[in-house]
Design a protein around this ligand. Structure first.
Ligand code: GAL
Length: 710
């Protein structure tokens, strides 16, 4: 299927590119029949219907894309990259989104290893020229981005004399790393699939990727409320007292997470209740649920010899153990069935809402070695690349979806194909600047990331971290080690309460943003570089006044800033962080921007410094001209009381605005059968109009009243 290329010696050009949908092409290198690929584990088949309504896009490469296999078994592809092309992505990388002139090893691991090793080393990159490349292989992938100069390439820079004789001037400076003209990537394996996504903008490319992976996740409404993980050694009474304290202090709370101490034995795990601490877990779960609070359980997947499923699962586990616990091979239906039966009986049936799946990312010293074997035949390497994904697939599909119940939880590793899974990645790293950057990085590769709060050196840091996390996919305090509460720093207690309340009031806006992720592939929280156009829930680019004339929010130049990001369609978030803590620079893209709190104009296409005192210690939020932001009209302590709640619709600036308000039952999968409705809210000078996509299904919110902010 390949032909030799006249241009580059010893290489063969791929000539089996197959167009599989509007703007998507694939090819196979070698034999992929026995290889594991990420898309096999995606939540659902590609959303062809949604992909095909995106604006058409051409195959991005005019020159050959060659591939070859070395004598030592490396399958290599060489994707052209021009000198002025910016390359971004390769997963949840906290050191920056731009990946020009880098070498990365995409290997599932803790973040602190760097060099490409991270919690979600998604082998997908996006080019500023409007395309993305997905190496759909669950192998360790080594990529050289514009690094390396083939001797037969016509695009190499001219060599420069590093030590010119005096008086002579070289035109270009000598470079330690001369510019390469390709992204070269290799695996050691039998074959790999490459998928190319094209698009009118980088956002379009990301949307195609997410839709190809089955669409983005639509979490249950309660999952978007506030989360608190109690101390690891807490018992049932302490957990209940904690919930009562939230209530008493008037802090919102939707989910309480239990850490390892809930289990009879952990590291490795039994998945059974620790009766000394939790004598009647069903009673606890019920009592909390009556108050609208759900329980989430910490687990890691490694099965303790003390677990009742240990002996039965033994034949379906890998050759090596982790913390002396079995590593189940969940590619095998027998292993899945055993875990699911146990989890259904002891967790799901008593009302457990979801899991935090820990320790699936690795660390060479305690994970299985790469040469470990598994009964399904999958390699130790591919198992490591997919274990987090596999756990998400198992829990989501076999446990929750089967029971028509949505879940939301955490996972410490993920990978390609994960867009549709209701699991948010977290880390032990804890650098606030990196945690903010993670929100942008996650948006480029179909994963969700929470900059969770654990501790802080000062009250100000506590507030800053709380503010950041309230504008992320999961607003969570993880007090497993510290036992802290949102009110633990009295100086900022009121400000922390206020931002959590704001998160709650924004739930209609946030939930609709997730619906846009689900139906149209638009990440709910996005890197600034993806900010270019407004898209409605049906996938149509909205060309209202907002985008007319000059299309004011389309940016000709890519905005690479990663300490600010988009939150839903029209709010830009710029958290305070780091040593300065109470002031920071804000970059406003073109188009008119307004202050979220006051509605006052703040500028257009400019950079300025903002100080916390000006905002009364609130998080800096900026809103687009014409933005409509639906908010609950009152404060809620959790989502239990959200049904029928009236909305205040804030309108900013002078332009007309439209918002697609999404409604369904907030908890089941009935929306997949059409049990949802969209209320199109439009505001002009004349006032507010509202149209319903259908009025028979799933009313969620009450009536809407307009509040003009400008
Ligand atoms: C860590 C995890 C923490 C906490 C802890 C409990 O691995 O990152 O969030 O769950 O384990 O032992």
């Amino acid at each position: 299927m390949t032909k030799s290329t006249g241009q580059l010696d010893n290489l063969t050009s791929i000539d089996n590119w197959q167009s599989i949908a509007n703007g998507i092409w694939r090819c196979e290198l070698g034999d992929i029949s026995k290889e594991q690929c990420y898309s096999n584990l995606a939540v659902a088949p590609p959303r062809w219907d949604r992909i095909n309504v995106l604006s058409p896009a051409d195959f991005p490469f005019v020159s050959d894309v060659p591939s070859y296999q070395n004598k030592d078994g490396k399958i290599t592809i060489r994707i052209p990259a021009e000198a002025d092309e910016q390359l971004y992505g390769f997963g949840l990388q906290f050191d920056g989104l731009k990946k020009n002139k880098t070498v990365l090893t995409l290997n599932t691991d803790h973040w602190n290893k760097g060099g490409g090793r991270t919690h979600a080393p998604v082998p997908f990159y996006i080019s500023s020229k409007g395309y993305g490349v997905f190496f759909n292989t669950a192998r360790y992938l080594k990529v050289y981005c514009q690094i390396g100069n083939r001797k037969d390439s016509p695009n190499n820079p001219v060599p420069v004399d590093r030590n010119p004789v005096p008086e002579t001037e070289s035109i270009d400076p000598w470079q330690a790393v001369p510019q390469g003209d390709a992204v070269e990537g290799h695996i050691i394996g039998k074959g790999m699939e490459i998928i190319v996504f094209s698009g009118a903008s980088m956002l379009d490319v990301v949307r195609r990727y997410n839709l190809y992976c089955g669409g983005g996740v639509l979490p249950p409404l309660w999952g978007l409320g506030f989360w608190h993980r109690v101390h690891a050694a807490f018992d049932a009474d302490q957990t209940e007292a904690e919930v009562a304290a939230f209530n008493e202090k008037q802090f919102p709370l939707d989910v309480v997470g239990l850490e390892p101490g809930w289990m009879s034995s952990s590291y490795p795990c039994t998945f059974e209740w620790q009766k000394a601490r939790f004598a009647e877990p069903d009673v606890l779960a019920k009592r909390l649920l009556e108050q609208g609070v759900r329980l989430n359980l910490w687990i890691n997947p490694y099965v303790s010899p003390e677990s009742r499923i240990h002996d039965e699962i033994y034949p379906y586990s890998g050759s090596h153990m982790v913390w002396l616990g079995l590593v189940p091979d969940y590619y095998m239906p027998q292993a899945r069935r055993l875990l699911v039966e146990q989890h259904t009986k002891e967790h799901l049936n008593i009302g457990i809402s979801g899991y935090k799946v820990d320790e699936v990312d690795g660390y060479d010293f305690w994970l299985w070695p790469d040469h470990a074997t598994f009964p399904s035949g999958i390699s130790g390497e591919s198992m490591r690349q997919t274990y987090g994904l596999l756990m998400q697939n198992l829990l989501y599909k076999d446990l929750f979806k089967k029971n028509n119940q949505r879940t939301y939880g955490n996972v410490r590793s993920s990978n390609g194909g994960a867009s549709g899974y209701p699991f948010v990645i977290y880390s032990d790293s804890y650098d606030h600047a990196q945690y903010i950057r993670g929100i942008s990085a996650a948006s480029l590769c179909g994963v969700l990331w929470t900059p969770e709060v654990r501790n802080a050196a000062t009250a100000r840091e506590w507030l800053n971290r709380m503010q950041t996390v309230c504008f992320s996919p999961m607003a969570k305090l993880n007090a497993w080690a510290t036992g802290l509460h949102p009110w633990s720093f009295p100086e900022v207690e009121a400000a922390v309460r206020k931002v959590i309340q704001l998160r709650m009031r924004l739930l209609p806006y946030i939930y609709s943003a997730f619906a846009d992720y689900h139906f149209n592939g638009v990440p709910p929280m996005r890197a600034m570089m993806l900010e270019s156009e407004a898209i409605d829930i049906n996938g149509t680019v909205v060309k209202g006044k907002l985008d007319s004339e000059t299309d004011p929010y389309a940016m000709n130049t890519v905005m690479e800033t990663t300490d600010q990001f988009m939150f839903g369609p029209s709010i830009m978030v710029a958290p305070f962080y780091g040593d300065k803590a109470t002031e920071r620079q804000v970059h406003l893209p073109s188009g008119k921007w307004y202050d979220f709190y006051s509605g006052q104009p703040v500028g257009s296409h400019t950079t300025f410094v903002i100080k916390a005192e000006v905002l009364n210690d609130q998080i800096p939020l900026f809103v687009k001209d014409g933005a409509l932001i639906p908010m609950l009209s009152k404060n809620l302590l959790n989502t239990q009381g959200i049904q029928g709640c009236d909305l205040e619709l804030r309108h900013y600036g002078t332009a007309d605005g439209t918002f697609e308000l999404y409604e369904d039952d907030g908890k089941s999968f009935d929306y997949e059968q059409g049990a949802y409705r969209i209320r199109t809210l439009s505001v002009t000078e004349q006032g507010l109009t509202e149209t319903l996509s259908k009025d028979d299904a799933a009313a969620l919110f009450g009536s809407v009243s307009l509040r003009r902010m400008s």
